[in-house]
Design a protein around this ligand. Structure first.
Ligand SMILES: Nc1ncnc2c1ncn2[C@@H]1O[C@H](COP(=O)(O)OP(=O)(O)OP(=O)(O)O)[C@@H](O)[C@H]1O
Ligand SMILES: [Mg+2]
Length: 230
């Protein structure tokens, strides 16, 4: 699903250059949950952003479903993002003026889905994440865990083959964190989605099929995790 080879990302130029990724190789298969761990500043968000076409890599290769995305013109990226990825990034990025359901509907509208379909699908997704009774509530009146679940419903709305999540459980209590990871692993297993989760959270590591460590913009090692929660 995702094949990354010798990926380099340098921010800035000359003496101000920051070498965020220094030749990363990284693969993710459909149906797999991969955790990406590493110290602050090691390049986790940069790697996730590059593979999600949010950020242009400097060099190397990223193939999404067999298609090379490094070096594609900027104008091609929004469509690839829309068709392939669901994003769950730090800070939720919900629209405060919209209700829970409207936040989820919005991403479907962008895909050209009709209003009645948007409403039906958004309701269904929010019910799935346990927010069926909060459809008309605004983000400000919800807990961190509930907001994160809206963000998840929104990421899943377009049924993307790849889910990229940056610290999805960081702001959550232990129980909400488990619920979020259960949702993501169920999706990977039942619908053969590829799920990449950046985390510092040791409480959710057992949900991984694999944990990949990154340090100074390089993959440090790979090892298998037990699938105790699958
Ligand atoms: N837009 C940017 N411009 C310049 N440097 C950047 C930019 N974004 C990130 N960096 C630098 O690139 C390196 C990797 O950053 P990145 O955000 O990928 O780290 P991270 O592993 O996600 O860290 P954290 O765990 O703190 O979120 C850091 O040295 C960071 O300062
Ligand atoms: Mg980060």
């Amino acid at each position: 699903m995702i094949e990354i080879r010798n990926l380099v990302k340098t921010y800035g130029k000359g003496s101000a250059a920051v070498h965020a990724l220094n030749g990363v190789d990284f693969d993710v298969a459909a149906g797999e949950v991969v955790m990406l761990m590493g110290p602050s500043g090691s390049g986790k968000t940069t790697l996730l952003s590059a593979m999600g076409c949010i950020l242009q890599a400097t060099s190397g290769s990223i193939q999404i479903d067999g298609r090379e995305i490094v070096g594609l013109p900027e104008s091609k990226l929004p469509r690839i993002r829309l068709e392939h990825f669901g994003f769950i990034f730090q800070g939720f990025n919900l629209f405060p003026a919209l209700t829970a359901r409207e936040n989820v509907e919005l991403s479907l509208k962008l895909k050209g889905v009709s209003s009645s379909q948007c409403r039906r699908r958004a309701t269904e997704l929010l019910e799935q994440v346990g927010l069926g009774d909060k459809l008309k509530t605004h983000p400000a009146d919800l807990s961190g865990g509930q907001k994160q679940r809206i963000a998840i419903a929104r990421a899943l709305a377009g049924d993307p083959p790849i889910i990229l999540a940056d610290e999805p459980t960081a702001a959550l209590d232990s129980h909400s964190g488990q619920t979020v990871m259960e949702l993501l692993t169920a999706l990977a297993r039942q619908r053969q989605r590829a799920v990449v989760v950046v985390t510092h959270d040791n409480r959710v590591l057992h949900y991984a099929d694999r944990t990949v460590h990154i340090a100074d913009g390089r993959i440090a090692n790979h090892f298998e995790e037990g699938r105790t929660a699958a």
